[in-house]
Write a protein that binds this ligand. Structure first.
Ligand SMILES: NC(=O)c1ccc[n+]([C@@H]2O[C@H](COP(=O)([O-])OP(=O)(O)OC[C@H]3O[C@@H](n4cnc5c(N)ncnc54)[C@H](O)[C@@H]3O)[C@@H](O)[C@H]2O)c1
Length: 256
């Protein structure tokens, strides 16, 4: 049975990595998707594959007007909105805090956090009408931290706090708000982070080993959990930060 049949799902950063895997999976589960991304070429490639029953919007999630316009276009096209998946994110730089430039800091805060403020501000009335839901792509580092990645970890800690506070605020409207927290996932973002490390090939082995289940996953592993959290199967789940991490957070590792 398709678990997202007839749902209109808006996903940000949906043209690559975890977002693209989610968008394809949501469609496979019966949803119509609105894919927002700043990468016009990647959006075009997705539209070619998924077809024009879905919307593909070239927009910057850190820009208030872009987000307002994208949500207005969604409502004009479909007349409703059942879910917002705030997935767009940036992860660079891999540096300690004092070496992070103001421009890098601002980009991380604007794309990873401010965007959630904008999608909520412009999308919440539509979600109230459908008793819809919000899903945020967080990261395990928002809970446990990460060396040389303080500003990014700070944004994901904020995503976790927002998820819980928003879950409380919107529960009265029947709106659920959850987050997924992967550890590593093989996407263009992780490949970029890997390149910034001193010894990338050793780091690949490390990335397999940090996951207790023994491998660093592809984005499809995350997408199936996201579909569950958006679906009515998760109708009594709100305010949760769900690790999708192969047990990476569980404790001491055997080898490194
Ligand atoms: N890959 C991992 O190991 C990992 C682990 C934990 C959490 N995450 C989180 O997962 C989410 C997706 O990451 P990914 O690994 O798939 O990355 P990715 O770089 O492959 O994809 C991110 C997408 O977001 C888009 N994007 C970036 N800034 C944008 C903006 N301002 N406006 C619109 N679109 C924008 C990019 O164009 C890209 O298509 C992020 O929030 C990231 O922090 C990733």
């Amino acid at each position: 049975m398709m678990i997202l049949k007839n749902k209109i799902v808006l996903i940000t950063g949906g043209a690559s990595g975890i977002g693209a895997a989610c968008a394809f999976n949501y469609v496979a589960e019966g949803a119509t998707v609105v894919v927002i991304d700043k990468d016009a070429t990647a959006l075009q490639a997705m539209e070619t594959q998924l077809g024009n029953a879905h919307l593909f919007i070239n927009a910057n999630v850190a820009d208030n007007t872009d987000v307002e316009t994208a949500i207005a276009q969604t409502l004009q096209t479909y007349g409703r909105l059942d879910a917002i998946h705030n997935n767009a994110g940036v992860a660079s730089p891999a540096k300690p805090l004092e070496d992070t430039t103001e421009a890098e800091w601002d980009l991380l805060m604007n794309v990873n956090i401010r965007s959630i403020y904008y999608t909520t501000r412009h999308g919440i009335s539509a979600l109230k009408a459908t008793k819809g839901c919000i899903l945020n792509t967080s990261s395990l580092v928002g809970e446990i931290g990460q060396e040389q990645h303080a500003a990014y970890a700070g944004t994901k800690g904020a995503v976790n706090a927002l998820t819980k506070a928003m879950a409380l605020d919107y529960a009265a409207y029947g709106i659920r708000v959850n987050a997924v927290a992967p550890a590593g996932v093989w996407t263009p973002m992780l490949r970029q982070w890997n390149k910034e490390q001193a010894d990338p090939s050793r780091m690949e082995q490390y990335l397999d080993q940090i996951h207790a289940l023994g491998y660093c996953p592809e984005a499809t592993e995350i997408a199936s959990v996201c579909a569950f959290l958006l679906s009515d199967n998760a109708r009594f789940v709100t305010g949760t930060i769900m690790p999708v991490s192969g047990g990476a957070e569980l404790g001491y590792k055997r080898t490194l």
